[in-house]
Design a protein around this ligand. Structure first.
Ligand code: SF4
Length: 352
């Protein structure tokens, strides 16, 4: 078995030249890099999100904001609404902060990993990915797909997340000096299409001759994961208040869960604790069921209450807004509140 630092990238790049995925933010293998704005935008969107889910959002964003300068002058609420459904909303806030910083520098992204890392919201992974893909730099780009491929290539027995430093060192050892972007994307593609999580397709793999996990006969055993801790479960209430074919929506505080997004009023649930149960009006309320949602660090059971009283006038414009039901899909509600809205409207056909 030859796992030298030279033969692996060569075999992988040959495979990539023939099998690269055709993605809207990508250059063809060997072609000059695409616009750094598109690379950066796609990488931010792809964090914790699948390629299939990102494609439509990428098309929408690049149509509406075709350059980093255009995005930089967009209204916060428009970007947050356009992001709705992609989840991990801190990414959208960081996206805007970064766009504004780059626009202030004349619209040019720094072309080194260190320079990119200094931009707002660019972590180690994104800086490395943009440096490699947009600027062809040699950078060690390790996402979950790459982590899996490397852990298998070297049959790394140490469990994640502790094994990350070793995986990174191994990835570094096989990263070539040339074609940095193609190599990074080739590793990602291999992990996404061949060395898949559940059933690696070793017979189709260009690296099978070098792969120690395959030699063990149990490639799916890698990467080894530490046992998962159960997620805490939280409970909260959200409130549906309707008047004159409008619903009362609030803007969530800028920081914290779903920060800056439009939402139904709720009782203050958070990642740390249950909500108070208290609504923005005294009542009466009628229960309309519940929706579940899994966040990164906890799961939430959100109970929906519908207002049956007549005190809507005590809601103060500025604390929230009356949003027309017929345009509810344009409110940019995050997935959790979109689910709750669907529950409230069930049977009326108002929201698909
Ligand atoms: S041989 Fe199998 S386990 Fe090894 S890298 Fe290829 S697909 Fe993954």
């Amino acid at each position: 078995m030859d796992a030298s630092s030279d033969t692996i990238p060569r075999a992988l790049l040959d495979w990539y030249d023939a099998h690269a995925r055709d993605l809207p933010w990508r250059a063809r293998p060997g072609a000059p890099a695409t616009d750094p704005y598109r690379v950066w935008l796609s990488e931010v969107m792809l964090q914790q999100t699948t390629v299939a889910a990102v494609k439509d959002y990428f098309a929408l964003f690049t149509r509406r904001w075709p350059s980093v300068e255009a995005l930089a002058v967009a209204a916060d609420e428009d970007v947050m609404a356009a992001w709705a459904g992609l989840g991990y909303y801190a990414r959208a806030r960081n996206l805007l902060a970064c766009a504004r910083e780059v626009a202030a520098r004349g619209g040019r992204f720094p072309d080194t990993e260190a320079g990119l890392r200094a931009l707002p919201g660019l972590g180690a992974y994104t800086a490395a990915a943009v440096a490699a893909i947009a600027f062809g730099r040699r950078a060690v780009v390790v996402d979950a797909n790459v982590e899996r491929v490397v852990a298998r290539l070297y049959a790394i027995d140490a469990p994640l997340p502790g094994a990350r430093a070793l995986i990174r060192a191994k990835a570094d050892a096989i990263t070539p000096d040339a074609r940095g972007g193609d190599f990074a994307q080739a590793m990602m593609d291999l992990g996404a299409t061949v060395c898949t999580s559940r059933a690696p397709r070793c017979l189709l793999c260009p690296l099978s001759a070098h792969c120690r996990a395959r030699a063990t006969g149990e490639p799916g055993r890698f990467p080894v994961k530490a046992p998962r801790q159960a997620k805490p479960e939280r409970r909260g209430r959200a409130f549906w208040i309707e008047r004159d074919a409008c619903v009362w929506l609030v803007r969530r505080p800028g920081r914290g869960m779903l920060g800056g997004m439009r939402a139904l009023p709720d009782d203050g649930w958070s990642a740390r604790g249950d909500g108070s149960g208290e609504g923005p009006l005294a009542g009466p309320w009628e229960s309309a069921g519940k929706v579940g949602h899994v966040f990164t660090h906890f799961s939430l059971e959100l109970h929906l209450a519908v207002y049956l009283g007549g005190q809507c006038a005590s809601l103060v414009p500025g604390d929230g807004e009356w949003w027309p039901l017929e345009r509810l899909e344009e409110a940019g509600l995050p997935t959790l509140f979109a689910k709750a809205a669907r529950l409230a409207l069930a049977g009326t056909g108002e929201l698909a």
